[in-house]
Ligand binder design. Structure first.
Ligand SMILES: Nc1ncnc2c1ncn2[C@@H]1O[C@H](COP(=O)(O)OP(=O)(O)OP(=O)(O)O)[C@@H](O)[C@H]1O
Ligand SMILES: [Mg+2]
Length: 304
């Protein structure tokens, strides 16, 4: 296995309660997984709001430090203290895609200018024709053409077009890993599948590993190879996606699935309020339970 990314027992605690308070909130609690460079996959992180998905993504992107544990990218520690050349290599190899494409672009800057400056700065290419060729190639990968975005400002594109442009921008660096934090949640339902299919094609046609963060179990089921299900910072279930989503073992995963199904049933007046179905996990430090291995390399956390 050629390790692309190793997340090892990562913990993130935030100070809460003001300047003089010692109160801490554990946003991410003992999360571990590894991605293989030679076996690109869509690795999905699912969990309710506040379960720590974005915090985990930000640590992987080097935007947030870890409190405990470590994250290695191609064997090198991901942190703010890396030297410039390691940092540049990391920034090319690991690219983010965020939830709101309108926030990813400067509203006052034309989109093609943005792509040109990304190509120049990150790839250090000066030649105009070469820059244009690279931009064209990457727009093509996401199903857009230069004429569609030429001379236009971000607000002149649809959310779906802009999200695809954001992905094209990320692809310019030829990344080996895309960290996509809810990339479809602000995109029209009709365009959702085009983004989801695009993530799949990045894996299959271009060998990119994708960390896909979502609330959306349906798209997760459709494209994921492996998933982790997070609850209050903890991974409660991890393994191959379809068996887990078909037959969740942990009560929280079962609840998550049931709440989706019940939303689908809402039109029939069968909406089940999800919250009173399971007990809240005991989050006292040192009492985080153990992971039990099931068939098919599935891990389920059990609580003492
Ligand atoms: N900078 C911060 N300072 C203090 N607390 C934070 C900070 N960032 C996140 N948190 C807290 O950490 C927990 C996890 O937040 P996070 O944004 O990672 O959740 P999430 O799973 O991405 O949720 P959502 O689905 O709503 O995006 C939350 O309780 C949040 O309030
Ligand atoms: Mg989030």
């Amino acid at each position: 296995m050629s390790k692309l990314l190793e997340v090892k027992n990562v913990v993130k605690k935030f100070n809460t309660g003001g300047l003089f308070s010692n109160k801490k909130l554990t946003a991410v609690n003992d999360v571990s997984f590894t991605l293989d460079k030679n076996k690109p996959e869509i690795f999905t992180i699912i969990g309710e709001s506040g379960s720590g998905k974005t915090t985990l993504a930000r640590m992987i992107l080097g935007l947030e430090s870890t409190t405990q544990g470590e994250i290695l990218h191609e064997g090198k520690l991901v942190d703010g203290k890396a030297n410039r050349s390691t940092r540049m290599k990391f920034m090319q190899s690991v690219q983010p895609v965020f939830q709101n494409p309108f926030e990813a672009f400067n509203p006052l800057k034309k989109i093609d200018q943005y792509l040109v400056s990304t190509t120049r700065e990150l790839l250090q290419i000066e030649d105009d024709d070469e820059v244009k060729t690279i931009i064209d190639e990457n727009l093509q990968k996401v199903g857009l053409s230069h004429t569609e975005i030429m001379g236009r400002y971000p607000h002149e594109l649809s959310g779906g077009q802009l999200q695809r442009t954001a992905i094209a921008r990320a692809l310019i660096c030829n990344p080996s890993l895309l960290v996509a934090d809810e990339p479809v949640s602000m995109v029209d339902a009709s365009l959702k599948m085009s983004i989801v299919n695009l993530l799949q094609s990045l894996r299959d046609d271009f060998g990119v590993n994708v960390i896909y963060i979502t609330h959306d179990l349906a798209t997760a089921y459709y494209i994921s190879d492996r998933i982790i299900i997070m609850q209050k910072g903890l991974v409660v279930e991890m393994g191959p996606a379809r068996p887990i989503l078909d037959d969740p073992k942990h009560p929280y995963s079962q609840l998550l699935k049931a709440s989706v199904l019940s939303i689908a049933d809402a039109g029939n007046g069968q909406l089940q309020p999800a919250t009173d179905l399971i007990e809240i996990v005991n989050r006292n430090e040192g009492q985080i339970g153990k992971m039990q291995t099931y068939e098919g390399s599935r891990h389920v956390r059990e609580y003492s």
